[in-house]
Design a protein around this ligand. Structure first.
Ligand SMILES: *Cc1c(COP(=O)(O)O)cnc(C)c1O
Length: 386
């Protein structure tokens, strides 16, 4: 905690490398070691060294990551989990009870939608869907028992933009918790807590890890009391990030700023190329002036990120063909790694939303633009489009 506060005045790039990560007290190791350990010697019964007793409750490698995450999002408490969905599950079971209601976005991440519709609903939680890019539409869904407004911005896979400050105003006035899934932007591009959100959710699997080599999740809040409750539930439920996974995310985060700059620059070039391509009838990228959320994105984001979606002429088969013909863009789910990925959301990441209010267009292709040479990426897309 002291560590985290001592870096408060530093810029993002500095915090990414140093917050929570003082040199090891015993050896001077510059990088936080992987404390691959389950239990800790006590100096007499209850005599804990540095508060560590059992690694589900706390582990020094995970603590370093958690302090780092809090510092990057401008929060007071960060918590690291085994996956993004484990983080979401912990949050929902901490703040919701049977009979409560949640507003979720009409283009939420497929796994988040599945968690609400197939799991949480069975425990008596009601949900309804709103276009969160329209504050009035969110307000219209509020009920006396609404406890949470859930937002993703940019959203997955349609790259919709929600005005976080506007929704924070509504949430505060109604006594509802505003949760922002910040996975697509990362804290380098956008810091929802500073815009009034109560909790930030991450799949650290994506940009935070950044190298497609770890699955992880995080929660960050600036509310001390909620932070205590989440910490209690993290331990009580147990879906923690293991030491090696925590270490991989920390290593990824050190280069987050330079990676996001390149992801954003490459994605902008690709979005521009697609806009003028005869086989493409719509490009979804918040950096484009014609994107309906462009102004809001420009206000709340440092740059527009590395995710680009587009709709292909010729329907579903044409979109599937583009995915299959790409070579440098690897056909695969997930996103946020240094390597470029391509996928068909309707049949892959968002297949579980088929037939629901969250169904995605069949001619949609989603790109996670990596940090390779943009000229090589443009050439590959051109040949894939035929
Ligand atoms: C991947 C993802 C998740 C889920 O995270 P996992 O680490 O896969 O459990 C949640 N939200 C968004 C926006 C994602 O992209």
């Amino acid at each position: 905690m002291n560590e985290q506060h001592s870096h408060r005045h530093h810029d993002f790039e500095t915090r990414a490398i140093h917050a929570g990560q003082a040199a090891d007290a015993q050896t001077g190791a510059v990088v936080t070691p992987i404390y691959q350990v389950s239990t800790y010697k006590q100096d007499g019964v209850g005599g804990l060294r540095g508060g560590y007793e059992y690694s589900r409750s706390a582990n020094p490698t995970r603590t370093a990551l958690e302090e780092n995450l809090a510092a990057l999002e401008g929060g007071r408490r960060g918590l690291a989990f085994a996956s993004g969905l484990a983080a979401e599950d912990c949050l929902l079971r901490t703040v919701l009870a049977p009979g409560d209601h949640v507003v979720i976005p009409n283009d939420a991440y497929g796994g988040t939608f599945r968690l609400f519709s197939k799991v949480v609903e069975r425990w008596g939680v009601q949900w309804s869907v709103a276009d969160t890019s329209d504050p009035a539409a969110v307000r219209a869904q509020l009920r006396p028992n609404t406890k949470v407004i859930w937002v993703e911005t940019p959203s997955n896979p349609l790259l919709g933009i929600t005005d976080i400050e506007a929704l924070a105003g509504i949430a505060r006035a109604e006594g509802v918790l505003l949760v922002v899934d910040n996975t697509f932007a990362s804290p380098y591009l956008q810091q929802p807590l500073t815009l009034g959100a109560d909790v930030v959710v991450h799949s650290t699997t994506k940009y935070m890890g950044g190298h497609s080599d770890v699955v992880g999740g995080a929660l960050i809040t600036s509310d001390t009391e909620l932070g205590e409750q989440l910490t209690y539930h993290q331990n009580a439920m147990g879906a923690i990030a293991g030491p090696f996974d925590a270490w991989l995310v920390m290593r990824g985060v050190k280069t987050l700023a330079v990676r996001m700059d390149r992801h954003s620059a490459n994605a902008s070039r690709i979005a521009e190329m697609l806009t003028s391509h005869p086989k493409v009838h719509q490009v979804l990228y918040p950096g484009l002036a014609e994107h309906p959320g462009h102004e809001t994105a420009a206000k709340q984001m440092r740059a527009f990120g590395g995710m680009v979606s587009f709709r292909v002429n010729g329907g579903e088969q044409a979109a599937v063909d583009v995915c299959n013909r790409a070579e440098l863009f690897t056909l695969g789910e997930s996103l946020g790694g240094v390597e470029s990925l391509i996928e068909h959301p309707g049949r892959m990441t968002h297949a579980s939303a088929a037939g629901s209010a969250l169904e995605v267009p069949a001619d949609l292709v989603r790109l996670s633009v990596g940090i390779e040479s943009v000229d090589d990426l443009l050439a590959d897309l051109s040949q894939a489009l035929g």
